[in-house]
Design a protein around this ligand. Sequence first.
Ligand SMILES: Cc1cc2nc3c(=O)[nH]c(=O)nc-3n(C[C@H](O)[C@H](O)[C@H](O)COP(=O)(O)OP(=O)(O)OC[C@H]3O[C@@H](n4cnc5c(N)ncnc54)[C@H](O)[C@@H]3O)c2cc1C
Length: 600
Amino acid sequence: MLDKAPNGKVSDLLSALDKALCAGEVEHAVDLFQADCYWRDLVTFTWNIKTMEGKDQVRDMLKARLADTKPSNWKIADGEDASEADGITESWIQFETAVARGFGHMRLKDGRIWTLLTTMSELKGHEEPLGFDRPMGAKHGAERDRTTWKEDREAETAELGYARQPYCVIVGGGQGGIALGARLRQLNVPTIIVEKNERPGDSWRKRYKSLCLHDPVWYDHLPYLPFPRNWPVFSPKDKIGDWLEMYTKVMELNYWGSTECKKASYDENSREWTVVVQRDGQEIVLKPKQLVLATGMSAKANMPKFEGMDIFKGDQHHSSQHPGPDKYKNKKAVVIGSNNSAHDICAALWEAGADVTMVQRSTTHIVRSDSLMELGLAALYSEQAVQSGMTTAKADLIFASLPYKILHEFQIPVYNAIRERDADFYKRLEKAGFLLDYGDDESGLFMKYLRRGSGYYIDVGASELIANGSIKLKSGVDVQRLTEHSVILSDGTELPADLVVYATGYGSMNGFAADLISGEAADKVGKVWGLGSNTSKDPGPWEGEQRNMWKPTQQEALWFHGGNLHQSRHYSQFLSLQLKARMEGIPTPVYGVQKVHHLG
Ligand SMILES: Cc1cc2nc3c(=O)[nH]c(=O)nc-3n(C[C@H](O)[C@H](O)[C@H](O)COP(=O)(O)OP(=O)(O)OC[C@H]3O[C@@H](n4cnc5c(N)ncnc54)[C@H](O)[C@@H]3O)c2cc1C
C-alpha cells in the first residue's frame, strides 16, 4: 500500500511556501525552513549557481529576488510521490517563475525544509523542440526551388562566422564544448565551437594509448543521446573520441576543427567580444556577445622545472604528451607523480616490458574501481540503478541536491566502508612504501575532485603492480635534478632513465583566460574550480559552489565550462539557459556574483 502521508506533508509545506512567496511574505517563507537549511539554486531565483546556507541567507536572497522571480504553482512533481525514511521526507517538486519552469527536490526534517534544490528546466516561450514539438524535418507539399536539409546546413555552415556572427563562441571542442554546443543548438542560439585539433574527439585520441575512462558508462552520457545499452562500462579513449565525433555531426554543431583561438578582447561599450581565430591558416575575427572557455581543466599542463632537464639525453615529456609505451620495451622509465595518469602510464610501460619507477612526492588517495562503483556510485549510476528506475536526469539532480557544505558528511561513511572492505589492499600498498591518504577529512575521491581536481587514482590494476614490486616505487622524495642519463632524487638516489614522464597534473583554467584575453582579465575572474574548503590546494574562505564554473563571472559575458562527463552534461543545461535568456533579452539580474579571493 502506498503511504500517502509523505505526500500530504510535502503538499502542505509546498502550499504554505507558495502562499508566502506569492504574498511576498519573506518571513513566513523563511519560517518554513530549518535553522540548518540549504537552498541550492541553479539559475531559477538567482540567475546564478548558488547555495544559500541557513535562514539568514535564504532571507537575504528572497528579499533581493522574490519580487522579480514571482514563483508560483509549487507542487509535488507530476507523476511523483513523496517518500519518507529515517525521519526525512523527500520529494521531487515543480514550480514556475515569471519566465521559466522549474523542477527540484526537497527534503523535510521535522516538518520544515532541510534541503531545497531549485533548477531551471526551460524558459517559457523558448522551450526546446521535443516530443510533440519536434521538427517535421521533411517539408510536405510542393514548393518551387525548395532547399533540402543538406543545403540548409551547408548554407548555415558557409554563412555563420562570416556573413553572420554567432551569438556565442565556445573555445574548446572537447566533450565540454560539444555538450554545451548541443544544448545551445536545441535552444537556437547561433554558436561556433572552435577547436585547435582537427577532429572532435581528438583531445581524447591524443592522450596516452592505454587510457580508458575511469568513470563507468552510466555516469558518462552526453545530453540527448545516451550511450546504447551495449556500450562498454569503461570507454576506451579512441571509442569515446569516435562517439564525440559522431555526436558533433548528428547534433548539427557548427564545429570549426583545426581552428585555434589566438586572442579575445571585450568591448564594454558594444558589449561584444572580438575573438581572433586561425582557421586552417587563415585569420578570422569573430564578434560574439558571449564567450565560453571550455578549454579543459585537465588541459593546461603543469610542467615542472628541474635542474638538468636541458641536458637530459633521453625522452622527457608531460603525461599529456606521452605517446604510449611501445618504444620503451627494456628501457628504464621514471614517472614523476602518483595520480591517475602516473598510474596508468606506469602500468602500460610495465606491460610493454619497460623497467618502471614511480616517484611519489606526496600522499595519494587510491580507491579500487570495483569498490567505487559498488559503494560510491551504484545507487545513482549503475545497471542496478537503471533497473530500479533511476534515470540519468534524476541521478544528476539527486547528486546536485546534496549541498556542498555537508557533502563530505555523506562521503565519509562511503570511504570508511571502502577502507574496511579493502583493508588488505591498502595494507599491502603501504607495505610497498606507498603513501596513502583518504582526503583531508577522510571524505575520499569525489570531494578531492571538487576541491582540487587532483590527488587520486581510481585503481584499475596499477596498484597491484606497485604492491608486488613490479612497478618500483620511490616515495616521500622529490626530484633534485636530472643528469644526462638519470634522475637524482632528494634523498640522493640516482635512477638511471631513458624516459622521464612528468605526470604532474594540470593548471587552473584561469590560465587560459590569461593566455587568450589578458592577465588582467584572468585576475579579475580569479581562480577557477574548488569550493574554498580550506583543505589542501583549495584555500578558504568557503565559497559554497565551484569557483567560476558554469555561472556568471566577474567579467561580463565570459564563462567557464567543463569538468567530467557528468558535470558537463548536467551543468551545460544551466549554462545554456543563462546564455539563451541573455540572447532573448530576458532580464537576468545575477544574485551574489562570487567575490574573487584567489588569483589563478
Ligand atoms: C588521463 C585522464 C583521464 C581522465 N579520465 C576521465 C574519466 O574517466 N571521466 C571523465 O569524465 N573525465 C576524465 N578526465 C577528465 C577529462 O579531462 C575530462 O572529462 C574531459 O577531457 C574534459 O573535457 P573538456 O571538454 O572540458 O576538456 P578537453 O577534453 O581537455 O578539451 C578542451 C579542448 O580545448 C581545446 N583548446 C584549448 N585551447 C584552445 C584554443 N586556444 N583554441 C582552440 N581550442 C583550444 C583543446 O585542444 C581541447 O580539445 C580525464 C582526464 C585525464 C587527463
